[in-house]
Design a protein around this ligand. Structure first.
Ligand code: NAD
Ligand code: IPM
Ligand code: MN
Length: 347
């Protein structure tokens, strides 16, 4: 936890699709809190810039971000761009170059009615996926042979390092309240799986914390069967990507889920909803702003404004309980009105 540094601005990247709308609501909440935060809005980082210039995020942008208090991002992704180069040029570039090695994705069920889990006892969902964020299948190592022929052969390397695995397990253990479940596929993926197993066995911190291990297929089934069995799940980049969409849905849907990309050593963080740019609803004014607002709350919590973060969470819970929310979670409000309802609850 760092001291509040109101001299440095928060860089805001609204991005694509529903990103600008949900970020507008998150910024309105932050403004209402009157914390003296300053914002540097990067309105130029989106798919049109990538399509026109080939580089969505410049080196100068990256330098500004390194000096910032943190980054608040909406979503990156546009149906006009079908190659991974664009996401790699913004989101993955930020995660990798700023060494944001933890992707912390908490979920808490705000309202009983939002859960698909039928048994009431199983709805006390309050857990977090701690996703390794700078290695795994996302390193971009690999290649293609015989492209565009029937002999095309493609390789994407899944990389795990002792340092990378050790440091994310360390964060998971430090963050846990009840227990940590390590999730891998070491029964089928021998090299990386073996490394994850050894790093897990070697981690000695927090002996009072419950520890368990599941293979990713069994973890998926167990999450649906009883999500209350989990506190912190620590796992690889790609398994964490998938499992955090599942946990988001168990707690009411993608529109509600926040995330924090963190480097606990430098203190720098990139905060963004778990969801993407949702092209299917972009422009309808119906995107749920809660994922973005709770991401802003995560930013507040980790930059020394714990009280303000708690107030935002309480306001979100209050407005969901009063059905003052968007259609994806059963309400009939627009993005703007749902944001206003949360701000009204804040006062
Ligand atoms: P998505 O998360 O954008 O949408 C999945 C489904 O959830 C859609 O039906 C969408 O309407 C719904 N949804 C998402 N957010 C919502 C919200 N706030 N309120 C209500 N409904 C919501 O995933 P996708 O469709 O697979 O991806 C769309 C684009 O976003 C792609 O280009 C993808 O690469 C990108 N993406 C970006 C990020 C990011 O920037 N962090 C994350 C995921 C996907
Ligand atoms: C996420 C997204 C990204 C990921 C995509 C857009 C590259 O799905 O933040 O979960 O896979 O990490
Ligand atoms: Mn994802």
């Amino acid at each position: 936890m760092t001291e509040p540094d109101t001299a440095k601005p928060v860089v805001v990247i609204p991005g694509d699709g529903i990103g600008p709308q949900v970020i507008e609501q998150a910024l309105a909440v932050l403004d209402d809190l009157d914390l003296g935060l300053k914002f540097d809005v990067f309105d130029h980082v989106h798919a049109s810039t990538y399509l026109a210039e080939g580089h969505p995020l410049s080196d100068a942008d990256l330098r500004t971000i390194r000096e910032s208090a943190g980054v608040l991002l909406g979503a990156i992704g546009d149906p006009r761009v079908r190659t991974p180069d664009y996401a790699r040029g913004v989101l993955l570039r930020l995660r990798f170059e700023l060494d944001l090695y933890v992707n912390y994705r908490p979920v808490r069920l705000l309202q009983d009615r939002l859960s698909p889990v039928r048994d009431a006892g199983r709805r006390l969902i309050d857990c977090a996926v701690v996703r390794e964020n700078t290695e795994g299948l996302y390193v971009g190592v690999g290649g293609v042979m015989h492209q565009h022929t029937e002999h095309e052969t493609a390789v994407d390397v899944e990389l795990s390092s002792y340092r990378g695995v050790t440091r994310v397990i360390d964060f998971a253990l430090k963050t846990a309240r009840r227990g940590v479940c390590m999730v891998d596929k070491s029964n089928a993926v021998p090299n990386g799986g073996g490394l994850w197993q050894r790093c897990w066995a070697a981690a000695r911190q927090r002996p009072e914390i419950d520890r368990s291990h599941l293979y990713v297929d069994a973890a998926t089934a167990r999450l649906v069967q009883d999500p209350t069995a989990f506190d912190v799940i620590v796992t690889t980049n790609s398994y964490g990507d998938i499992l955090s969409d599942l946990t988001a849905q168990l707690a009411g849907g993608l529109g509600l889920a926040p995330s924090a990309n963190l480097n606990p050593d430098t203190g720098l963080g990139l905060y963004e909803p778990v969801h993407g740019s949702a092209p299917d609803i972009a422009g309808t004014g119906s995107a749920n702003p809660i994922g973005a607002i709770l991401s802003a709350a995560l930013m507040l919590e980790r930059t020394g404004y714990a009280t303000a973060a708690a107030a935002v969470r309480a306001a979100v819970s209050h407005s969901v309980a009063a059905w003052r929310c968007t259609p994806d979670i059963g309400g009939d409000l627009s993005t703007q009105q749902a944001g206003e309802a949360i701000r009204a609850a804040l006062h």
